[in-house]
Design a protein around this ligand. Structure first.
Ligand SMILES: C=Cc1ccc(O)c(OC)c1
Length: 161
């Protein structure tokens, strides 16, 4: 567990979506979405349940202010992850509402989840391949501190940022 906490991971789902996560500590993550239906969205300090399922295999689970529920399995030694993502109907219909730095738009997320429909939910179940894996230590606010931009993943890969 101590080597998983502090990891910055970038991974590409088999459907093409590219996500980045920073395991900030035992119950908080920061993340950025580089591509996919909600590419451009980024979030800090999402509270999560983090457990080690078996040696080197980790599950990270949370429910978002949008009503989206997420369960991710990380197999960093195999450079693989698997995600189950449960999107409310409104996120599927109006994904652009969620594309923001969510921490500054919590009120808008709470409004939208009341205003629009939740059901039926869309379940996305996908494997991904980890393309960047760096140990950054815990509680480093500088790892994810700006919006995703085109070319950012390459800048991270080459340690430019
Ligand atoms: C909906 C959020 C979401 C979905 C899949 C992910 O891999 C993720 O990682 C930070 C976040």
């Amino acid at each position: 567990m101590q080597d998983f906490i502090g990891m910055q991971l970038i991974y590409t789902y088999d459907n093409g979506w590219e996500y980045e996560i920073y395991i900030k500590n035992a119950n908080k993550i920061d993340y950025r979405i580089h591509s996919g239906i909600v590419g451009g969205r980024w979030v800090k300090n999402q509270t999560v349940n983090l457990i080690e399922l078996a040696p080197g295999i980790f599950k990270v689970v949370w429910t978002e202010p949008t009503g989206t529920d997420v369960s991710l399995d990380f197999m960093p030694n195999e450079n693989k992850t698997h995600g189950e993502i449960f999107f409310p109907k409104w996120v599927d219909e109006h994904p652009e509402i969620t594309v923001c730095y969510q921490n500054d738009y919590l009120e808008q997320m709470h409004e939208a989840r009341e205003k629009y429909s939740t059901y039926p939910k869309t379940v996305v179940s996908e494997f991904s391949t980890i393309t960047v894996k760096r140990q950054r230590g815990s509680n480093d606010e500088s790892v994810i501190n700006q919006a995703p931009y085109s070319g950012m993943v390459e800048d991270i890969r080459t340690k430019k940022i």
